[in-house]
Unconditional design. Structure first.
Length: 568
């Protein structure tokens, strides 16, 4: 891990060198500007005691965030037991120097889930303490699909992780492990080597059974690093949660001072932090009016040719549009998503009618090749999937899958992509292209994917969405036939179907074909809506020309007909 961190730092330094950006290593803080020739003054203090003053028109604050520590465990983040510190946050965990047998992870967010899976992979006995009622609810604020989140929860359970919901930690004390009970002779270093955590119910604070563990990892949020920056000298305003407030151009309340990345708050991702940094620089270097000299005019024209901020990268703008950036959760396997969930698409302000299409890893050739004969073969999470409904109108998923959220009306735009499975964090970038580009189902089915790859999942999910659209269309046709046939009682007889089709203008041969398909050999029976959908979906008839008709008209528009022909 240390080698990876050093490599990352070396790459950053090489990038600065290649672009001739000078740098200083020290502690920088803003100071009152006493020089009219510059808008901002920064003092850089060195560890050896001296300092240097920099003056500039612009300053970019990119000081990041740090992990929030639980007050109930404050002393244990630094106090060693048996030669090791036993309590860490998501920053200090990099200093871990032993392999624990028992781990408690406090929190239900992305970082908590990732570390729980890491320690489970290292054969530790892992328990997650989560305040929410389930993992999907705990992760809902980041825009995760509920079905996919239940897959993640099932995978944690399959990996042996214990999930303690509606609970939180109220305190801790040092204890001697049961298998380390006092013996006849003990060295001076012997003593408590574990923590016993006081667990309470979140709603009532009623005590629950305590947890004894070798290690506690708290992942309960992050806060902006602003201490010591001297923001008060320029009157820079902070939000109620401590984040630096910025405008759409990422400028703070002080002219010339910009901020980007975790220091301005959610979404607190490396990818969005980079976008914000680039946007802030574009805003800084954009052409300014009122040039007073030829030199300034030439410089302004030069800057005019540089790219400028085309979009708002403020936290409010990023969080208001789920299509702006993908999110990856680095579990094993991975989880990633971009765009809207079905629930979000159906709710205000979108108010869209949507369907979902699912491509299962177990149905893809590569998914089968990579798991056959292993404990991850097929729908291996079925035993760990919650019974009953999972907050959606469809049954729970039982194995790794890729889901498309698609607008019901033509041309069936793809509004969201959600995946849980191997390489999901790579696959999501094609999904991002689909969502951001307003691509449709026909665009996916038209792509020739290389075999044998996981991108086949997109085509499987698209075909599943098309099948769902067809079933919904058959249901609409059923209801119209039930009305046109004169019954409107929720069941269809052969006579009702025939009368309805005749009023619809169908040819006699087509009517006979449809009746045979719907009623088999016995035309004296009735069919309910699900029987109708199942049987009608198997046939190809002139009725299928009406499948993409979302209105009351019995004929298709030319555009709808062309779209349906491309799909089918």
């Amino acid at each position: 891990m240390q080698q990876i961190l050093r490599k990352s730092g070396d790459n950053n330094m090489k990038a600065l060198s290649l672009t001739n950006v000078p740098h200083l290593r020290g502690l920088g803080s803003l100071r009152p500007n006493l020089d009219a020739s510059a808008r901002c003054t920064v003092e850089v203090a060195y560890h050896r005691g001296d300092s240097i003053v920099l003056r500039s028109d612009n300053v970019l604050l990119a000081t990041g965030s740090k992990a929030v520590r639980l007050a109930a465990l404050e002393q244990w983040y630094t106090m060693p037991l048996g030669g090791h510190v036993r309590c860490y946050d998501s920053d200090s965990i990099k200093q871990l120097d032993f392999l624990p047998r028992k781990v408690v992870v406090v929190g239900g967010g992305i970082i908590a889930v990732e570390f729980a899976r890491i320690f489970a992979q290292l054969a530790a006995d892992v328990t997650m303490v989560v305040r929410a009622t389930d993992l999907p609810k705990s992760l809902s604020r980041v825009g995760i699909d509920r079905q996919i989140a239940f897959l993640l929860q099932a995978d944690l359970l399959a990996a042996g992780v214990k999930l303690l919901f509606e609970s939180e930690i109220a305190g801790a004390e040092a204890v001697v492990a049961p298998d380390e009970a006092p013996v006849r002779r003990r060295s001076a270093r012997d003593g408590p080597r574990q923590l016993e955590l006081d667990v309470v119910k979140t709603a009532t604070l009623e005590a629950r059974a305590p947890l004894v563990t070798d290690l506690v990892l708290t992942a309960t949020g992050r806060r902006a690093v602003t201490e010591g920056l001297g923001l008060e000298h320029l009157g820079i305003e902070l939000q109620a949660n401590g984040d630096v407030g910025v405008t759409a151009e990422l400028m703070t309340s002080a002219g010339g001072v910009y901020a980007a990345g975790d220091v301005v708050g959610a979404p607190q991702l490396a990818s969005t932090g980079i976008e914000q940094g680039e946007s802030a620089v574009d805003a800084m270097l954009g052409r300014r009016a009122g040039c007073e000299s030829e030199e300034e005019e030439a410089r302004s024209q030069q800057l005019e040719a540089m790219p400028k901020a085309a979009v708002d990268c403020s936290p409010a703008a990023l969080l208001s549009n789920a299509a702006r950036y993908p999110i990856g959760i680095w579990t094993m396997p991975e989880l990633a998503f971009v765009g809207l969930t079905s629930e979000a698409a159906s709710a205000p302000p979108h108010n869209l009618r949507v369907v979902e299409g699912v491509g299962r890893y177990s149905e893809s050739i590569r998914g089968h090749v990579h798991t056959v004969g292993s404990d991850r073969e097929g729908e291996y999470l079925a035993a760990f999937t919650p019974r009953g409904r999972t907050g959606t109108d469809v049954e729970p998923l039982t194995g790794p899958a890729l889901k498309l959220v698609v607008e019901s009306s033509a041309p069936h735009r793809i509004l969201g992509v959600h995946a849980f499975g191997e390489d999901a964090c790579e696959l999501i970038h094609f999904g991002t292209t689909l969502v951001q580009g307003g691509k449709c189902l026909a665009d996916v089915t038209a792509v020739c994917f290389a075999a044998v790859t996981y991108h086949e999942l997109f085509k499987l999910a698209a075909r599943d969405a098309i099948a769902t659209l067809q079933r919904e269309a058959w249901r609409r046709i059923y209801r119209r036939l039930d009305t046109m046939g004169g019954g409107a009682d929720g069941t269809l007889s052969a006579d009702e179907v025939q009368r309805g089709l005749e009023r619809w203008g169908a040819e006699s041969q087509a009517i006979d074909d449809i009746l045979r398909a719907l009623f088999a050999k016995n035309r004296s029976t009735f069919v309910d809506i699900e029987q109708f959908v199942t049987r009608a979906s198997r046939m190809r008839s002139p009725m299928q020309l009406d499948l993409m008709d979302a209105g009351d008209a019995s004929t298709l528009t030319e555009a709808d007909a062309a779209d349906y022909n491309r799909l089918v």
